[in-house]
Design a protein around this ligand. Structure first.
Ligand code: HMG
Length: 464
């Protein structure tokens, strides 16, 4: 029998600066950002679901964010460096075309633990837009399931800075952050099922050419790619879950009835909410409860009844909104998904770090509320533009709550300061501050980028 392998602990690093898009208590009140972009703040809060975007300071890049998350994870768990077999990094905003973020992170950690302390620890950088974290995790799981971990741990860290051009439609979906996972046998949080679904295509929904610091995106197209790929990955997972017997749906039941808490890739909360609605429609069709829903909101639009594709897409979007208002959807959504989306509402997209930040928020919130999840099965859906989705499931361990209560995730979101639109635009464009300041907020016991040489080599240090 395979050993239970999975996630033992999670540490999230969130930059301490944020730009407010909408005031959550008074959504109608214009913000500096909404006025500058001649937009309605309710569109940010209710249309896409984002209130604040985390913004990195001048001394932060994806390597720094990762090192800070990993350092917290190692310290909190008193992990000795010699017990770390690998520290793998998932990112799509790496700092070099050749040297992986994993190597820079190695160097930063050795500044704390001693030169050579991690020389037997491997590391690599994974890239596939936001889904690369799932690939990195799968590789560590395979390594442990194959019996090669020999009692050692693996750390997976996802880190990214989501950046679109100023004033572009993608701009309100920016953000930044890193999330580090301790992966081991007999984990305290989640044991992951050896059943992982995949769907991959070559798509032009979102990419960042080598010459650009911001992404190019076909926004509406990317939403359709996300839904299609997620459905494909979940179908693949479902086939394997049934074949391996880990889940059996009885008469009138759907497989999703057997999956409780769920985390998704969250470019913005509305996207994950729509993905969940799309999956429920997919899995509920044909069940008695679906007949009841059809009685309430009418038949689903069918493509062959529309002359133009745009007309069908409009009817489909309208139908989705009706479904998302039903009490059947709302009950499932609030129970299984909504808690995790608070991270993206407060921080924005963090690309590869998004889904596991959603998972961290979900587990911490449920633990704080005293929800009993022990022994329950949950699921994760990752999406990466380009495009690929992965769907996986896991079982919550008996001792999960004590660990999740120590994440400090909500506290970190709270411990941030707002910046002005002018400060945000200077940071975004990498320009000097007119008043000569070198940064916005003083570093607080964390790794920082010191300089980049004329040859592009980067120096980092721990700022006490
Ligand atoms: P937009 O032009 O702002 O879209 O772009 P919109 O005008 O259609 O508005 C968005 C929603 O707000 C609509 O709701 C409006 O009705 C609503 P929907 O019809 O979609 O349900 N709205 C309002 N609601 C309340 N009050 C109002 C109001 N006004 C309008 N006053 C878009 C939105 C997301 C496309 C854009 O921000 C974008 O391009 N973002 C970047 C791409 C993206 O995030 N795509 C998601 C899927 S791809 C992905 O997840 C991968 C990614 O993370 C990258 C990677 O993998 O590496 C991006």
């Amino acid at each position: 029998m395979r050993a239970a392998v999975g996630i033992d602990d999670i540490a999230v690093y969130i930059p301490r600066l944020y730009l407010e898009l909408a005031d959550e208590n008074r959504p109608e009140k214009p913000t500096e950002f909404s006025m500058a972009r001649k937009s309605d703040p309710s569109k940010y809060l209710h249309g896409i679901g984002i209130a604040k975007m985390s913004i990195p300071d001048t001394y932060q890049d994806s390597a720094v964010l990762a090192a800070n998350a990993i350092f917290e994870l190692i310290e909190r768990n008193n992990v000795h460096p010699s017990s770390l077999a690998r520290i793998d990094i998932a990112t799509e905003t790496g700092v070099d075309e050749s040297k992986p973020v994993a190597a820079y992170v190695h160097g930063m950690l050795e500044q704390k633990y001693g030169k050579g302390s991690l020389k037997r620890t491997s590391g690599v950088e994974y890239k596939f837009a936001c889904v690369s974290t799932a690939d990195a995790l799968e590789s560590s799981l395979d390594w442990a399931w194959a019996g090669r971990s020999n009692g050692k741990y693996s750390v997976i860290c996802a880190t990214d800075i989501a950046r679109y051009p100023l004033t572009s439609p993608g701009e309100p979906t920016q953000g930044a952050g890193a999330v580090a996972l301790l992966v081991k046998e007999d984990p305290r949080l989640l044991a992951i099922d050896p059943v992982i679904g995949t769907h991959m295509e070559d798509e032009d929904d979102f990419w960042r050419p080598l010459f650009s610091t911001t992404a190019v995106v076909h926004g509406k197209h990317s939403e359709r790619c996300y839904l299609r790929a997620m459905e494909g990955a979940v179908d693949d997972w479902a086939e394997q879950a049934i074949a391996s017997g880990i889940i059996r749906a009885g008469p009138g039941e759907s497989l999703v009835d057997h999956v409780g808490p769920m985390s998704f890739h969250v470019p913005y909360p509305k996207m994950a909410e729509k993905a969940f609605a799309y999956l429920l429609r997919h899995f509920w069709r044909g069940l008695p409860r679906w007949k009841q829903i059809l009685r309430e909101i009418g038949e689903e639009p069918k493509a062959d009844r529309y002359k133009k594709r745009e007309e069908f897409e409009k009817a489909e979007a309208d139908y989705m909104k009706l479904f998302m208002e039903t009490h059947q959807f709302q009950t499932e959504y609030l129970d299984k998904v909504a808690d995790g989306l608070v991270h993206a509402r407060e921080s924005g997209n963090s690309y590869s770090a998004s889904e596991k930040s959603c998972l961290s928020m979900l587990l911490e919130t449920k633990a704080m509320r005293g929800t009993d999840l022990a022994g329950k099965r949950g699921g994760s859906g990752n999406y990466g533009s380009g495009c690929k989705a992965k769907a996986s499931s896991w079982t919550v361990r008996e001792e999960w709550a004590a660990t999740a209560k120590k994440f400090g995730h909500a506290e970190k979101l709270h411990h941030r300061r707002p910046i002005s639109l002018a400060e945000y635009e200077i940071l975004h464009e990498g320009k000097p501050f007119p008043d000569g300041r070198k940064f916005v907020a003083e570093p607080e016991n964390e790794f920082v980028l010191v300089d980049v040489t004329s040859q592009g080599y980067r120096h980092y240090k721990f700022a006490d």
